[in-house]
Design a protein. Structure first.
Lengths: 379, 459
């Protein structure tokens, strides 16, 4: 039996464990004030982690990559249908929404959609390499589909997730060796999309101005729009070198909202200090590095693009989340992979890591490469 | 002795004047900080049993039935309740002795770690304050709503951390004795003559409101009604101005354009929603909504959140609150209408003639300006309390009934409104002659309506 890259098993598990500890530490106070139960969020998250670990184990040990490849269009269909459902149901209910309620769990179709989009792009780009099939027949259809998905996510409204999906799609097309001229088109469309979003939501311009003001002058409107970031920076700064100690943070006492979700890094930095933050960054860097390594070792174009897309998803979400918590990007609501409180994001990320491991298993030995080459020549 | 407030108190031996809701809250806050507190009130201990018990429980030296200058002995700072007029001799005595006098509002502000959003004006304060709180809460930010509405500021000032906000309904009484108050956001809704029994004249009344803005600087925000000439001519302070208007566009703030609510913020422009999709009804409420939206602009709350709250927010108790329909007759509780302008607003909200229950404590108000409107929209006026005679004289031509009690008034109004009319309790007067406060009056009204309903059900 061939063995895959064990880092891809260990790192997600370590990050999930760190997440559980930090979710408990950051949510206990909120649980008491909101539900009179310090374990409220931990209990829910434990249930999700258990479910996530089952998914992770099944995917890492059993996932059939060829099956996934064959059914890529169906997967995409399901994901798009769910996205449409959320937008329509949200409008019927008289307001935007991002969730579908399933008993006690809520499903965010965005998390399925970002995996489905990667699978579909890898499937399409393998069959119709942009260099051979030209722009209209090779690139336009997948661009249109990914663009439409990003548009649906934008309607929820979830600008940051839509942006990350578009960025992933663009990078995959680049990796599929599309001619540079063809790349200019989606890039231009993307910029156009941002311009349109700002034009149709001109109020966002005011917020962009506020952020630019912070970047240029360093003055934060801590009582007004910059209150979250201000509290986040206070948390990170007060951690010092070694932190206040696990569980001993003060900012989670309702100073910093979303402490267990979007701003969980700030609590980690406050309690575990510069040292703990650096270790967390190292864990993520290591994960992305192993992901890229697996990607580089694949022989099949589908698996190459699939692995690249999964690695990108994990890396981009981590980077944007950390940038928001440290004031390097405007405040948006993106979770930190594996660590933040949340159900469907954790499932999607564990599934992504499991799939990366699976790809590493299939491509571990030279045999796999040889087999692939042989089957291609035979065909 | 050190006083561990966020900002230092200019003394260590406080005297609290007035043992009402605010005075007790102030005493409680000072006790929490370990200060020995004396409180005085004109009422006797027998008259204010509840307050006396509370104060004894927290170890406050309470002096009942006395508030002469001897109270000041040994005190170096005075906390003034908004319920006591500053024409009271104790005020002059404190000033003469060089003892600083702070309002309960200022004490709360000194204790608070959270920035303040203060809302003042003659009418619509409570609704705007409550709605502002609802908007901030929906955005996920910690917030307490206090002041005239709900709890006293001194009771909640320390509940909110520095990343939260205190939304305060501020009356002109609170502002008379304010010296260092510096709200992060201060809004002035409108100005019409009211409380002239306390302030004496209109200029003094307007001047009191101006004090809210005087210590603000460039990092703060002020919010002005651009449709109200009395507010516009009193603009003051150094804060960044925001405006709201239902008639024309503004440079920064909220306005109505073609039936749509529009936000202007830092050059950005958001067509938020059609004004008719806002749940709160009536032109006066549209102004309250615009004011709350302007006041929350510096917080950059996401437009979908704003839309959600505005489509859902149904308003407050005692403000044009629909109570019940009994056999085709609709009962509406507007007990909060304690002055002529509020009464006018209530009458403006109805196209069909209504049966009006009005009257109460006589504050020397002039009901003459409403005579024509009353003749148009009041089918019958059922009058109660001290103010009844004055209203009856002013509203020549309106059919008038007199009732000795609210119960009798509700019964008469119900008969007059049959079969398909509206009974509106909108007193246009303060409540202090027959009731504890306007809330008491509104609840008693609702209880009477319930009684009528039961009687009808049995018949």
């Amino acid at each position: 039996m061939s063995r895959g890259d064990r880092w891809l098993l260990i790192l997600p598990l370590v990050l999930t464990a760190v997440g559980l500890v930090m979710v408990y530490s950051s949510s206990a106070i909120l649980g008491i004030t909101r539900y009179q139960d310090p374990d409220h969020f931990l209990t829910k998250q434990l249930f999700r982690v258990a479910l996530g670990l089952v998914v992770f184990a099944l995917v890492a040990l059993r996932a059939d990559l060829r099956f996934i490849e064959r059914h890529a269009p169906k997967l995409l269909g399901v994901a798009v249908a769910l996205l449409v459902f959320v937008v329509v149901a949200g409008h019927v209910a008289g307001g935007a929404t991002r969730w579908i309620r399933l008993g006690t769990m809520t499903l965010q179709p965005t998390d399925l959609a970002r995996l489905a989009a990667v699978v579909f792009l890898a499937w399409w780009l393998k069959r119709r390499p942009p260099a051979e099939h030209g722009f209209a027949r090779g690139l336009l259809p997948p661009l249109a589909i990914v663009g439409a998905m990003a548009g649906l996510i934008l309607l929820q409204p979830n600008l940051s997730s839509a942006g990350l999906l578009a960025a992933t799609g663009f990078t995959l097309i680049f990796l599929a060796e599309a001619p540079v001229l063809h790349l200019a088109v989606p890039f231009g469309v993307g910029l156009g999309g941002v311009a349109v979003a700002l034009y149709t939501h001109p109020y966002m311009m005011g917020r962009v101005r506020t952020f630019i003001g912070f970047v240029l002058t360093g003055t934060l409107e801590s009582r007004g729009s910059g209150w979250q970031l201000d509290q986040s920076l206070i948390a990170i700064g007060s951690g010092g070198w070694l932190g206040r100690g696990l569980g001993a943070g003060l900012q989670k006492y309702l100073f910093l909202p979303e402490a267990h979700t979007d701003f969980i890094f700030s609590i980690l930095a406050e309690e575990l200090g510069f040292l703990g933050s650096t270790v967390l960054l190292a864990l993520f860097s290591l994960l992305v590095w192993r992901g890229l390594k697996v990607t580089a070792r694949t022989a099949d174009p589908f698996q190459f693009l699939f692995a690249a897309g999964l690695t990108l998803q994990l890396g981009l979400y981590a980077i944007v989340n950390l940038a928001v918590a440290t004031g390097l990007a405007p405040t948006t609501g993106l979770p930190l992979p594996f660590v933040s409180y949340g159900g469907s994001a954790l499932l999607a990320n564990l599934a992504a890591a499991g799939l990366l491991y699976r790809i590493s298993v299939v491509n571990e030995t030279g045999e796999a490469v040889a087999r692939e080459r042989w089957s291609r020549e035979a065909a | 002795m050190t006083i561990d407030l966020r900002h230092p108190l200019p003394g260590a031996h406080p005297l609290v004047v007035g043992a009402g809701r605010s005075g007790i809250a102030a005493a409680r806050l000072l006790r929490r900080h370990g200060l020995g507190v004396r409180i005085c009130d004109i009422r006797s201990a027998a008259e204010a049993v509840e307050a006396a018990n509370v104060l004894e429980g927290i170890g406050v030296d309470a002096c009942w039935g006395s508030n002469d200058a001897s109270m000041l002995e040994g005190c170096d700072v005075v906390i003034w309740s908004p319920g006591v007029a500053i024409t009271h001799p104790l005020f002059a005595a404190a000033s003469a002795a060089g003892i600083p006098v702070l309002s309960e509002l200022e004490l709360g502000a000194l204790a608070s770690h959270a920035p303040l959003v203060c809302i003042t004006g003659t009418n619509g304060k409570s609704t705007t304050t409550d709605l502002t709180g609802a908007l901030i809460r929906a955005a996920g930010r910690e917030v307490e709503v206090c002041g005239n509405i709900g709890r006293a500021i001194c009771d909640v000032a320390e509940h909110v951390g520095p990343s939260g906000l205190l939304v305060v309904e501020v009356s002109s009484f609170q502002l008379e004795t304010v010296h260092r108050l510096k709200p992060f956001i201060a809004a002035w809704l409108n100005l019409t003559p009211d409380h002239l029994d306390r302030h004496g004249d209109f200029a003094t009344y307007g001047g009191a409101k101006q004090r809210l803005f005087e210590r603000q600087d460039e990092s703060d925000w002020s919010v002005w009604n651009a449709d109200d000439a009395e507010v516009t001519c009193r603009r003051t302070g150094h804060a960044e101005p925001l405006e709201f208007s239902s008639r024309h566009a503004v440079g920064a703030g909220a306005f109505v354009d073609g039936g749509e609510i529009v936000l202007e913020w830092r050059g950005g422009h958001e067509r938020l929603m059609p004004a008719r999709d806002v749940k709160l009804r009536g032109p006066h409420n549209l102004m309250n909504v615009l004011a709350a939206l302007s006041a929350t602009l510096p917080l950059e709350i996401a437009p979908p959140t704003l839309r959600e709250v505005l489509a859902d927010y149904g308003g407050l108790e005692h403000r044009l609150e629909p109570v019940a329909v009994v056999d085709g007759v609709q009962f509406v509780n507007d007990s909060k209408a304690t002055n002529v302008a509020s009464l006018e607003v209530a009458l403006d909200s109805y196209d069909q003639p209504v049966v009006l229950i009005a009257g109460g404590r006589d504050k020397g108000q002039d009901f003459m300006p409403l005579r024509d409107r009353a003749n148009r929209t009041v089918k019958t006026a059922v009058l109660i309390g001290e103010g009844a005679r004055r209203i009856a004289q002013a509203w020549n031509g309106v059919p008038v009934l007199h009732a000795p009690t609210l119960a009798e008034a509700v019964r008469l109004a119900y008969e007059a409104a049959k079969p398909h009319g509206t009974v509106l309790l909108s007193p246009g007067c303060a409540s202090f002659d027959m009731f504890k406060d306007y809330e008491d009056r509104g609840r008693q009204f609702k209880a009477e309506v319930l009684r009528v309903m039961r009687a009808e059900a049995q018949a």
